[in-house]
Design a protein around this ligand. Structure first.
Ligand code: ADE
Length: 235
């Protein structure tokens, strides 16, 4: 697809993040499509399109493809929360995608390894180097920002589940688990749009996961904004 604009698409999974973005944007103009809101405006001097995807792979893919078709962005940034798999990660740390993949796509019977999309070469979606490196320059007062592998599936991981999901770390070498990133990586890769995913750790994918997630939305929104601001300022 030919890129006609220098617009940056920014997708957040939740209201709290979108509200933080909108509070830092100007000249906003909003449109609605199938109940999703798309906000065009300027942020840190750049043209942006801000949208909330909601949870899960399908909504994330729909919103991402809609942004690409209608607004023709040059790049896409996705932000949200994640459960930590890597033991070095603490609550509040941010993982920037080196790459992302589905953990719940399993077609071994057809001869494919976990995450591979049958009858295609797609499996691991590589983030854009420039966006990743800019995002890694984000400074947070009390937390680290590292590059890693983001695993995506339509499951919220808890301690009860994590036992059946040992392959997330052992086989797939994931740093965090979440529910949208690889869908965005997949859509962007097929459309040849550079992308990056930034995830703030809200829980350790353990027994407290649901509680921590809700407690954590405001902090995540602040971290997501720091990452987006850093990228936009340096682009
Ligand atoms: N997003 C935040 N925490 C998560 C978890 N534990 N599992 C899946 N997605 C998440």
């Amino acid at each position: 697809m030919e890129i006609k604009s220098n617009l940056i698409g920014i997708i957040g999974a939740m209201d709290e993040e979108i509200n933080e973005y909108l509070a830092n944007a100007e000249d906003l103009y909003s449109e609605i499509w199938n109940g999703f809101e798309f906000h065009r405006g300027k942020m840190a001097g750049k043209d942006v399109l801000i949208a909330k995807s909601g949870l899960g792979k399908v909504f994330a893919a729909m919103v991402c493809q809609k942004i690409i078709n209608t607004y023709e962005p040059e790049k896409i940034i996705f932000t949200g929360l994640a459960g930590a798999l890597n033991k070095d990660l603490e609550i509040g740390d941010v993982v920037i995608s080196h790459d992302c993949m589905y953990h719940d796509l399993e077609t071994e019977a057809l001869g494919y390894s976990r995450g591979a999309i049958p009858y295609t070469d797609y499996k691991i979606f590589l983030a854009d180097e420039q966006l990743k490196n800019l995002a890694l320059e984000t400074m947070l007062p009390n937390n680290k920002v590292i590059a890693g592998r983001i695993l995506t599936g339509d499951q919220f991981m808890t301690r009860a589940k994590i036992k059946e999901f040992a392959y997330l770390t052992e086989e797939l070498k994931g740093d965090v688990v979440e529910m949208e990133g690889a869908a965005v990586g997949h859509v962007c890769t097929v459309n040849q749009i550079p992308f990056v995913i930034a995830r703030t750790v809200s829980d350790k994918a353990d027994g407290e996961a649901g509680l921590d997630f809700n407690k954590f939305l405001d902090k995540a929104a602040k971290n997501s904004w720091q990452v987006v601001k850093t990228i936009l300022n340096k682009l």
